[in-house]
Design a protein around this ligand. Sequence first.
Ligand code: GDP
Length: 310
Amino acid sequence: MTLPIRNVAIIAHVDHGKTTLVDALLKQAGTFREGEEVPDCVMDSNDLERERGITILSKNTAVRYKDTLINIVDTPGHADFGGEVERVLGMVDGCLLIVDANEGPMPQTRFVLKKALEKGLRPIVLVNKIDRQRADPHTAVDKVLDLFLELGADDDQCEFPYLFASGMAGFAKEKLEDESVDMKPLFDAFLRHVPPPIGDPEKPLQLQVTTLDYSDYLGRIIIGKIHNGTIRAGQQAALVTESGAIVKTKVTKLMGFEGLKRIEIESASAGNLVAVAGFAGANIGETITDPNDPQALPLIKVDEPTLQMT
Ligand code: GDP
């Protein structure tokens, strides 16, 4: 079964409530899922990650809502991770900008928003922590618009959809006067405003290495977006390295995202985000492709060490 997909990055200044909000999304997504088909999970591949829980949000999570798979990717807010921010934004088709209702936009808001706008994304704005006494949600929206204009956002980007939320209380709503007890309005906004990924599952495989991870058991794990084609566990694939060399290797394990877990899957197609083991020599920016028709994607420049062990 192939579900429709949305890939969305969450961007925010530190402490504006990203972790709390994603936690609420993960908790609630399960409860909306009655009657939906859930594919079998072969196994959990990352118990450690689950134990550490949401605090390591720095990678991918996924929720299912109205039979759509929503991949949620965290983005570091700090300027030291500029290259990482760009890479992550290259994996998604939309982003959620979280802004504290009281503080309004802060330096990291500006930094990440600038990158998102440069990528041509059309952010959804979430004014968060509206439960707080001194919250001033409408002023926050005005300040966000000022920031969009200042950063040279185009007309479409400036007409951003916005919602008000309390990640802590677990609700989001389109208008302050609305009654809302859950995050459904935000899930619906993802479905409505984040475009589905483009890409052709019938074309030769092209998967761009965006993040590297490591497990004692599987070795180097690459995480990235399938831009075209379909990848299958056990298949032979080719890595096109930065220098243009073609290294043929087997996909020893293929994983998708489900909540905070990685689950082993048999195959995945264009548009999806996956974790892949078997490519010990892969580096960020390189392409995993069809060994019979190797076609590299343009390299993504990196300005920081390429292997981050977490
Ligand atoms: P992050 O740094 O963006 O991941 O922010 P966190 O989710 O860790 O939240 C930062 C702080 O704000 C924590 O003390 C949270 O308890 C608090 N917080 C997060 N969301 C809300 C909210 O909706 N309302 C209120 N009042 N506090 C919140």
